[in-house]
Write a protein that binds this ligand. Sequence first.
Ligand SMILES: C[S@@+](CC[C@H](N)C(=O)[O-])C[C@H]1O[C@@H](n2cnc3c(N)ncnc32)[C@H](O)[C@@H]1O
Length: 209
Amino acid sequence: MPLQPNLPFSFEDLPEDMALLQKALRATLAGLPGLQDPGREQRILNLACGRADETGVLAEVFGSQAGALEIVGTDIRAPEIEEANKRWNTREDCDVQTRFHVEDGRRFLDSLSSNDRFDLTFMRHQNFWNDPALWGRMFDGALRQLSDDGLFVITSYFDREHELACKKLEKLGAVKVAEYRNPLSRALADGKGKSIDRHIAIFRRQRAS
Ligand SMILES: C[S@@+](CC[C@H](N)C(=O)[O-])C[C@H]1O[C@@H](n2cnc3c(N)ncnc32)[C@H](O)[C@@H]1O
């Protein structure tokens, strides 16, 4: 579902980064059959979303066949969320609705009812290594709110942090269904071996047998 930003991106590298993320997500999804149920309403949760620059990419890659699409983002940083709301706010009569909250991800997840399900949870540049207890709790809460066929998608800056996050998700009962090392990932100067959307992994909840 096409979604155009209301404002230009804040940094000149971002349009290209978004184009590469879209390409990488499509490559990661390539082997997965029947992801979208055409015409159905879809809900996407973007956890710890920061400015949520990838909102248009998520709408395009995961919501292109949806009858209606809701994208919800949450992060503790107020200026980033304010920017996300300005950039991605949609009109009330639009088939895509967005809302971004300044809120701790744990509190946000705890406030949801068990019927409040998402078809996709996205965590870009997840930060599990930095505080395993905090992020492990968010992983767990997000997995619980996934719809039965829902997908949990993470991207990571570094090899080792990606490995650690994947291990934790599997320990929480998630099943990895796709893994992609992004060959076009843009290297960053502020960390050895750090690059934008360097790894992508996709998980499903374990299905009840
Ligand atoms: C590595 S940044 C990734 C931001 C964004 N997803 C991106 O790729 O640009 C990690 C993000 O986690 C957010 N964060 C840290 N603790 C959080 C919490 N308890 N709940 C929600 N977000 C949190 C930070 O504010 C930051 O935006």
